[in-house]
Write a protein of this length. Structure first.
Length: 585
């Protein structure tokens, strides 16, 4: 959160030098988005327009209710009175910028002279924001499109490696020998180089480029610095672990702060998380194992990524929120350049802190570039849990949410069986497991036809249907584990046309049918779920109608069939769904 100012401080600020915009507004208020104004230059002079410009200029504050003439007098405003939270939410919804909005009073006792302040963060390196698709900056009293030279210089920016920069306030005496010992042990083990343990601490630090020409880097302080030194030099480098009994609580039940060097912190942090980490026992046949609420490797990888990729220029800690149902990790700084929600698993990440990430990789703490996120998704899906959720991330922070819920034990056993039967070089990839989950959830085909062929050749999925209408289901093993062989045996190529072709003659002869009659007629061709879905479609199309309540329902020929036999003929020929798409029913 940005520093909050007083009215006395605001009075003496200069708009350009102090990155502040004073607006008295019309009647003390400022338009939120410029609606109702015809000219673009007039619409820009609104709350959203000024926030975009301030963010593009490196952050600042919009002050509503004070005159723009120096020294700035309080005029007062009713802007978003009793609705500050709503304003913050709307700004984030419309711009993706997290602002801090607060109100001040010239006279606190009488609550007179109200001033609204909107603190705007600086834009991320190499990125800019737009209002109505135009990047804005302030020029005098106007908000104008950004000059092309400025625009190009911004999008060509490269983030400096904070971790490799020299920490001028630190010396070799700020580094913790115990943390260095752990680092050396990790390196020797990962690199299969036991002789690394015999070299001096100074040499080890130099070999890993944590100390350069006797000067200590920021990475050295963060990785192996004394806790007291880290707290003094980088207080924002802490990790906060909050526990709540349930996800709906606002206040936490307990909170623990971790400020140790990373090589000590990571184990202590996991041990604390694991104290409240339950497990779901799997005890079915040959399968005897536990699925923990939170997988150790997954959680550690999330924390490692947060530590390596976070923006240490931001004055906010890594925050971990744990409950019995979920675990959330949030760190300052958006995704690395080039990474988005859509390509998380396909684009190799570029570490924001290269030196720090390099040391963590060489010591076996993190995976090689781009593989850590694979591990997070692979292990989570393999345990029958929902996908890790990154949708609450934005350009200023990354948020990852893990669910503790095992939604499909059979799928977890199914994947484990496959992986156990394969050697390391031929185990299923994260993309294979995602594809299997896709098939399990009812999708008939995969976009990657080659992947389909490979999974079918390995007997992991099975083809069903006619030549021109094939689809896939998981192999028999999955349904056996799920105790749902009916779904497997009834996975045929029957569609709504076959159902109606068999059901119609029965209804024409007997006039009505109970659900038990329909089950007998259709036999083992469809699962109960499929039958229910087709009946609902036939009812929706008017081909069937019902009488009675659920459990005692009677099915009869619907009015649509009686009124239009030609329509029915077409339905049998090309299918009910095709007619619906054409708008004929």
């Amino acid at each position: 959160m940005a520093s909050r100012y007083t009215i006395a401080q605001l009075r003496m600020m200069r708009e350009s030098e102090d990155h502040v915009e004073f607006k008295k507004g019309e009647g003390g208020n400022v338009s939120y988005n410029g609606s109702g104004k015809e000219k673009p230059k007039d619409r820009r002079r609104c709350i959203l327009g000024y926030i975009v410009a301030l963010c593009n200029e490196g952050g600042g504050r919009l002050v509503i209710g004070m005159h723009d003439t120096y020294p700035h007098k309080v005029i007062g405003t009713q802007q978003n009175i009793n609705a500050i939270g709503t304003l913050e939410s709307n700004i984030y919804r419309d711009l993706g910028i997290r602002t801090d909005v607060y109100e001040l009073y010239e006279d606190e006792e009488s609550k007179k002279g109200r001033v609204l302040v909107i603190e705007v963060p600086p834009r991320p390196i190499g990125q800019l924001f737009k209002f109505e698709d135009v990047p804005l900056i302030r020029v005098g009293e106007d908000l104008l499109p950004m000059d092309e030279s400025i625009y190009l210089s911004i999008i060509q920016e490269q983030e400096p490696d904070f971790s490799e920069q020299i920490c001028e306030s630190a010396t070799i005496y700020d580094l913790d020998p115990e943390a260095i010992r752990i680092m050396k042990e990790q390196y020797a083990r990962k690199q299969n180089n036991p002789s690394f343990l015999t070299i001096s601490d100074t040499q080890a630090l130099s070999d890993l480029h944590l100390v350069k020409d006797g000067k200590v880097t920021n990475a050295a302080v963060l990785l192996v610095g004394y806790e007291s030194s880290i707290n003094k030099l980088f207080p924002q480098a802490k990790v906060m672990l909050e526990y709540r009994n349930n996800d709906n609580q606002i206040n936490f039940d307990s909170r623990v702060q971790f400020g140790q060097p990373f090589f000590i912190l990571i184990d202590k942090l996991w041990e604390t998380i694991d104290l409240r980490n339950g497990a779901i026992p799997i005890r079915e046949g040959a399968y005897i194992f536990d699925i923990h609420f939170f997988n150790k490797d997954v959680v550690r990888e999330l924390i490692n990524n947060a530590f390596a990729h976070r923006d240490y220029r931001k004055a906010s800690e890594i925050v971990i929120k744990q409950s019995s149902a979920s675990l959330t990790v949030t760190n300052a700084g958006g995704f690395p350049n080039g990474v988005t929600l859509d390509n998380l698993l396909t684009t190799p990440s570029t570490p924001r802190n290269r030196l720090l990430a390099d040391v963590l990789s060489k010591t076996g703490i993190v995976e090689r570039s781009g593989q850590g996120i694979d591990k997070i998704f692979l292990y989570t899906l393999s345990e029958g849990k929902p996908l890790p959720d990154y949708t609450k991330s934005d350009r200023f922070s990354v948020t990852a949410i893990l669910s503790a819920v095992v939604k499909d034990k059979a799928f977890a056993m199914f994947i484990q069986k496959i992986q156990q039967e394969r050697d390391d070089e031929h185990k299923l990839s994260v993309f294979d497991i995602m594809a299997l989950g896709y098939i399990r959830d009812g999708h008939k085909r995969l976009q990657d036809r080659q992947q389909e062929k490979c999974l079918e050749a390995d007997g992991i999925i099975e083809k069903r249907g006619k030549t021109n209408a094939t689809y896939y289901i998981l192999s028999r093993n999955y349904y056996e584990l799920a105790g749902d062989m009916a779904s497997y045996s009834k996975a045929t190529d029957w569609d709504i046309n076959q159902v109606w072709a068999v059901l119609l003659p029965y209804l024409q002869k007997y006039g009505r049918a109970k659900r038990s009659d329909i089950n007998s007629i259709i036999g083992n061709h469809l699962s109960d779920k499929q039958i229910r879905r087709f009946l609902e479609q036939l009812i929706g199309g008017g081909l069937l109608k019902t009488e009675g309540e659920r459990g005692h329902r009677i099915y009869q020929i619907g009015d649509a069939f009686k009124e239009n036999n030609e329509l029915m003929r077409k339905a049998l020929d090309i299918g009910l769904e095709a007619l619906k798409k054409k708008g004929e029913i």
